[in-house]
Design a protein. Sequence first.
Length: 404
Amino acid sequence: MTRLLYTLILSLLLAAPVAAQETPEAPQTDRSATGGATTLEDILARQRGEKVDNSYRHNSTDGSPAPESYAPGLGPLGGLSDAEVWRDLRFNEANIKVSAGGDTAKVLVQDGGMAWLQFRQGPLVTYGGWGLVAVLGLLALFYLIRGRIRIDGEKTGRTVTRFQFIERFAHWLMGGSFVVLGITGLISLMGRKFLIPAFGHDAFSAIAVGSKWVHNNISWAFMIGLVMVFFMWVLHNIPNRTDLKWLAVGGGIFTKGVHPPAKKFNAGQKLIFWSVIVLGVSISVSGLSLLFPFELPLFAKTFSILNDTGLPQALGFGVLPTALAPQEEMQLAQLWHAIVAFVLMGIILAHIYIGSVGMEGAFDAMGTGEVEEQWAREHHGLWLEELQEKGQAPDKGKAATPAE
């Protein structure tokens, strides 16, 4: 009996590979009723957002005649519809000649447009909008808990020149234009969803056209201001060891009576500066691509460089596409433009808060250019000492020179 049992087990083990090899392949979609063409299940799967295997359509491009089993008019070359031509158009492989418009006009069907539209109307609007609301909510909560950051010491009544006129001009040129760009950009992105129900199609049409014109033209002011601010303040915003001390105590923003040393710009302001420069340049470049459609493609080359680094693959995104249609370049530019703008708008909201209601005396720096001496001592003590050594600020440690 034992020998028989061993023989049975051995037979099963030897038969297992044969059985595995004879296992039938997974059943394929039955397209006999449509003559090999798209079925209702294919259509429903696309509507559900599922990935559909288009190989049965895409691979049938060798020009061979339709099998007799195909229903009339439904084969690869069947009937008056000429499915082969439509298949080439569908997968952007048709040999198209146009009299004007270049490569852009040759793309007649572009699937990415639907994915772009769905992302733009869904996650982009939803997460971007709620992100701004969250920032405003956190700032309101911080104000309720911390209150306004006051000048702790006794005010001297003396002022120190913090920013010259040209510096304030560049700041307001860049900042003011960005606020206008933010508002008009939100109208263009969210207007259909929120303004049409409130004001109607006709009113929104006028608002949208005006917003687009303002957005396109004010953008030049923002870029000019960005360049001016960079060259005027970049040397003052290079990180140093003092910034570590400032960051270690949170700049005294969360605790009363704490005033870490800082030069002309503290670590927090440096973070704002570099965020504005880096994100502002990114917004400007993608904006120029949108202002001059199809003339400044950005993403195919960028994706190629990223693929060479191996970073997308390491993060699980796989190899990024480098063969992009002109329309895909524009769609990606628009999405990147909006995403970066949302991030920068959140940062600027925090900057506006600190520079206005959040801190006493802060607005004067960009309002008149003059700040209270005690404010300068508490928030930028090292900078004030430098001015005093140069004789550009009053020094309470030195006696006044008697009048002759």
